[in-house]
Structures are given as structure tokens and as C-alpha cells.
Design a protein around this ligand. Structure first.
Ligand code: NCD
Ligand code: ZN
Length: 344
């Protein structure tokens, strides 16, 4: 008999859906497996205000396939001009579930992000009061800091000071890539959680650079040394509630990836559950998969666990290498091994 695994329906706590044609092309992949996702606000222009988040939410619902059952959990893009009252109204509405902090220049479409962290004090204090989580892209942007050190330096120079200055602020360290971040997260109280992507459990920096450059493995934060990947695997499969899935599935067309200055991002929405089942099985932790994908996230975000299940079976999935979009093909993340599990 085919081996099967039934778990609560998962959520994705960090997702890029984009807009327009790209949104229509990528949304079905997420909605097929995930009940909810925290939607990143780094559009051009960014989703800064509650009104913009409401409008984007409506566009996402409009792009959903007819039979889909999917709830987008919206976020606001934090700028130095963000109004604390607007944030509070957005949270109160139940539509907006987090505010996203991008240090200016850290990643794709982050030019409107924060340069002077003193200017966001009032917003952070209000968020601490109302319990609204701050999702953090944790990398410093100084040119002199080596790109492989930017996350570790951010923790010391920016994240820890912000948390000390704003007691009670609930923070998600997003898409962590280092042992430093795992260790930091483990040493904190319940106000801090960390998401881990699918691809950072699979690739290290050699996959990007050894034997020829692989633009499809380039994402931000960039994958680090093998010892860091192993620390992320241990954290994800540990069953500790502070770690949960945020795929950071970030679609870019091949034309935009395969450039002399290519875009950062891996498109993993389509095969994340197949990859994760295998990662957890390989680490002897299949029993911890449900916590990572379906239980820990809702607990941190103070939302109910999904009412329905999904079943995976141990049969090789047939997945496309690319999906077509009106803007051109988008390559699906290749884990570099044959997949054995498929969502039924
Ligand atoms: C993301 C994107 O393309 O929007 N890219 C990425 O490499 N992860 C931005 C981000 O989350 O940093
Ligand atoms: Zn992201």
C-alpha cells in the first residue's frame, strides 16, 4: 500500500504574489495547498497604507480560481512616514496581520524602506500595544558589510536594539539563513518567532556558485555555508513552536533572473510541500512536519488552526519545470533531487 501522511492544511507565513498577470499565474499554486498566506507588500509602488492593503486584498480575491479556498493575510510596508493610527485601524479590521520592515535597499523593491530606525519608534510602540507582529527582513545594507554577514550583523546592530527599546513588540525574523539567527531566536521569549524557507533547507552557497553560477538559486538573504543550512534543518525539524514555514516564494520571470544583474528570489510555491515532506523524512522527522507547516504559525499569529486537512502520498509528483505567465516563463525551484511525495 502507498504510504500516506495526513496533516492539517498548511499556511505560508511569507509569500510574494506580485500583481496583475503574475498574480493570476502564481496564485493557483499557493491556493491549491495552502489555506492562508502572509502576503508581502513589496509591490511597485509598495502597499503602505490600510487603503492600499484593502485594494490589494480585493485584487487577490479577484484573481483566485473559482473553487479556491484561500485567505490572504495582508501586511503593510513600513516607511518612515507610516501613521500609527492607520496601522491600528488596519489591524482592527482583521484584514492586516503584520507590518513589514525592509531596511532601505536590502532586497527587491525595498527602496521605500526604513533608513532611520528612530523615525519608526511611535509605530513600533503602537504595534507592541496592540500585539500586531513586525515581520523583519533582517539584513543590514551597508556596502562595507559582506553579503554573507549581513543577517548576523543585523541581529546585533538593529534587531536586538529595536526589541530592547520596544518591550513587548512581537517580531518575526523572516527567512532566517544562519546559525546565528537560530541561536538568537532560541534565546528569546514568546514575543519572537522565525520563519524558514523551503529553499534554505535545501541549498547552501555552493549550489549557487560552484561549477557555474545558478541564477535560479539566488535569493535574499543569500544562502550561506553548509553549517548554517544544517542549523536551519535542525531548527525546522525540531518541533519547537518558534520556527515555522514562510516559503518566501518570490516569482521572477526567467528573463529577469537570467540577466547580468538578475533578480533575487526562488519560486517554490508549487513544490514546497513535496520538498518539505522529503526533507523531514530524510531527517527522521515526518511527525514534525505538521507543526512546522500548519500549527506553529497560527499559534504565533493568534489565529485558529485550519479546519481541514491535506494528504500527501509517497508517489513521485509530476511537476512542471516552469510555469507560463503573460510576462514569460517562471522557473520552479529545483531541489536537485527527485521528489517522492505528492499532495493528493
Ligand atoms: C524577494 C522578492 O523577489 O520580492 N526576493 C527574495 O530573494 N526573497 C524579496 C525578499 O523577500 O527579500
Ligand atoms: Zn520575501
Amino acid at each position: 500500500m502507498t504510504e500516506t501522511l495526513t496533516i492539517r492544511r498548511p499556511d505560508d507565513w511569507h509569500l510574494h504574489l506580485r500583481d496583475g498577470d503574475m498574480l493570476r499565474a502564481v496564485l493557483p499554486a499557493t491556493a491549491a495547498h495552502f489555506a492562508r498566506a502572509i502576503i508581502m507588500p513589496n509591490l511597485v509602488p509598495p502597499v503602505v497604507t490600510f487603503a492600499q492593503a484593502r485594494a490589494y486584498h480585493a485584487r487577490i480575491l479577484d484573481a483566485l480560481p473559482q473553487d479556491a479556498d484561500f485567505t490572504p493575510l495582508m501586511t503593510l510596508y513600513l516607511t518612515e512616514d507610516t501613521d500609527p493610527d492607520d496601522v491600528a485601524a488596519a489591524a482592527e479590521s482583521g484584514l492586516v496581520h503584520a507590518v513589514k520592515l525592509y531596511p532601505a535597499g536590502a532586497t527587491t523593491n525595498s527602496a521605500s524602506g526604513v533608513q532611520n530606525f528612530d523615525s519608526i519608534r511611535a509605530v513600533l510602540e503602537r504595534m507592541a500595544e496592540i500585539g500586531l507582529p513586525l515581520c523583519v527582513h533582517g539584513e543590514v545594507t551597508e556596502a562595507e558589510i559582506d553579503i554573507f554577514d549581513r543577517e548576523a550583523v543585523f541581529i546585533d546592530r538593529v534587531l536586538d536594539p529595536i526589541r530592547r527599546a520596544t518591550p513587548g513588540l512581537r517580531v518575526v525574523m523572516e527567512h532566517i539563513t544562519t546559525r546565528n539567527a537560530v541561536d538568537y531566536a532560541r534565546a528569546q521569549d514568546g514575543t519572537l518567532a522565525a520563519t524558514i524557507t523551503t529553499h534554505h533547507l535545501v541549498i547552501n552557497r555552493n549550489h549557487i556558485l560552484a561549477g557555474g553560477i545558478k541564477p535560479h538559486y539566488y535569493c535574499l538573504p543569500v544562502a550561506k555555508r553548509e553549517e548554517h543550512r544544517l542549523a536551519l534543518r535542525a531548527a525546522a525539524t525540531s518541533g519547537e513552536p518558534r520556527f515555522f514555514l514562510g516559503t518566501d516564494s518570490a516569482p521572477h520571470t526567467d528573463a529577469n533572473k537570467l540577466l547580468p544583474c538578475g533578480c533575487a528570489g526562488c519560486f517554490t510555491a508549487l513544490n514546497t510541500m513535496s520538498i518539505l515532506a522529503q526533507v523531514f523524512e530524510d531527517d527522521g522527522a515526518l511527525d514534525k512536519l505538521e507543526g512546522f507547516t500548519s500549527l506553529h504559525g497560527p499559534a504565533f499569529y493568534r489565529l485558529p488552526v485550519n479546519g481541514d486537512d491535506i494528504t500527501l502520498e509517497k508517489t513521485a509528483p509530476t511537476l512542471p519545470a516552469q510555469i507560463e505567465t503573460a510576462e514569460g516563463p517562471v522557473t520552479v525551484f529545483d531541489p536537485g533531487f527527485d521528489l517522492k511525495w505528492r499532495v493528493v
